[in-house]
Design a protein around this ligand. Structure first.
Ligand SMILES: [Fe+2]
Length: 360
């Protein structure tokens, strides 16, 4: 069984603390150019899908942003950009800045029932534990999970009054602990678990799908985990019951993920942009409390991306990602409203990155 991964994504907390090479800081001139590019293109009420990548000359800051994306994709699995031009920008402009960065990094992926491509992460009273619940529009403490795409970016406009801390654990390090301590359960983790789509399935998709927690391809490790989705899948007809070994695996994995030497915690400050590779990083968040004033409430923008330089995925990833081929448009939740406009947007973006424009 593959066990030892000589990859910088196999970090422990002390590694991220000692070497801050995963944190990138934009300079003043970068900030000025980024803000100018966004303000020049911004039109109130214009649909995000209508903006073209070429409309945003992001200037020298794009080099730093691209380096941070590479670090997340092929390095430590997580990176942080500090110093986006948050001052002097309203929430709509900052949202467009996040979108413009995404246009330059890859093809945005749909994220839910309404087939939207950018999520406002804020408390809107959603019950995270319900059958159709999602974490991004609740204020709840979240289980450790991966998002449903290759790369996820999260930009911070406002932080919470209290709580809302961001936690990241390397799924590579977690695998090493699991395989060393309980090789039998590591084997269980390599067989399919069933995840609910939480009512966000497209018309041609089943309400659930099977995927192993861990799989391997070309010497790389891939992790898929979301306890809340496994729990809700258990209420769906046709889903096999969890075995005792699967429950034990889930319990041990969740405990490993919160070990202090493996779980890195950070605060996202206004103007920060976090990037993660979901195949090798798991994330979570603490519960939070909002300010009273509407314009001060916690607000982050989340973008899911298929980057042009992605690698081959394991065969067991195909059902969920729809394509496993390197450099293709893949992942996301197609939801209920995938239409010609959205398809055309994806094709245009794919072409602009030299990716195949046939989207399965
Ligand atoms: Fe997430």
């Amino acid at each position: 069984m593959p066990q030892d991964f000589d990859t910088s994504a196999a970090w422990r907390v002390e590694d991220l603390t000692r070497d801050r090479g995963w944190i990138f800081t934009l300079e003043d001139r970068d900030r000025v150019q980024l803000a100018a590019a966004v303000k020049a293109a911004f039109e109130p009420g214009r649909d995000l899908l209508d903006y073209r990548r070429e409309e945003f000359d992001l200037g020298p800051g794009l080099e730093t942003i691209s380096a941070a994306a590479r670090e997340a994709h092929f390095g430590r699995g997580v990176s942080l950009i500090k110093g986006l031009p948050r001052e002097g920008m309203d929430a709509e402009e900052f949202r467009l800045l996040t979108w413009a960065i995404g246009l330059h990094l890859g093809v945005a992926r749909p994220q839910g029932k309404a087939t939207h491509y950018l999520s406002e992460v804020r408390s809107a009273g959603m019950d995270y534990r319900s059958a159709g619940g999602r974490g991004y529009n609740s204020n709840a403490k979240l289980d450790f999970h991966v998002d449903s795409c290759d790369l996820v970016t999260l930009s911070c406009y406002n932080k919470a009054k209290a709580g809302g801390q961001s936690m990241v654990t390397s799924s590579v390090s977690a695998w090493q602990a699991l395989a060393a301590e309980r090789p039998d359960l590591a084997e269980t983790a390599r067989a399919p678990f069933y995840f609910s789509r939480n009512q966000e399935e497209a018309p041609d998709e089943a309400p659930y799908y099977g995927q192993p927690i861990y799989d391997f391809q070309d010497g790389r490790l891939f992790c898929k985990w979301n306890r809340n989705r496994v729990r809700t899948a258990q209420e769906l007809e046709g889903v096999p019951r969890l075995s005792d070994a699967q429950r034990e695996t889930a319990d041990l994995l969740d405990a490993i993920l919160r070990r202090p030497e493996l779980m890195f915690t950070m605060w996202l400050e206004p103007g920060d942009l976090q990037i993660m590779n979901n195949h090798v990083m798991l994330h979570s968040r603490t519960e939070f409390e909002d300010f009273e004033e509407p314009d001060q409430k916690r607000l982050l923008h989340r973008l899911w991306l298929a980057p042009p330089d992605s690698v081959l995925l394991p065969e067991s990833w195909r059902e969920y990602f729809r394509s496993i081929d390197p450099g293709t448009v893949r992942g996301g939740f197609r939801g209920h409203c995938y239409d010609e406009t959205r398809h055309a947007f994806e094709q245009r973006q794919a072409a602009s990155h030299g990716m195949p424009t046939t989207i399965v």
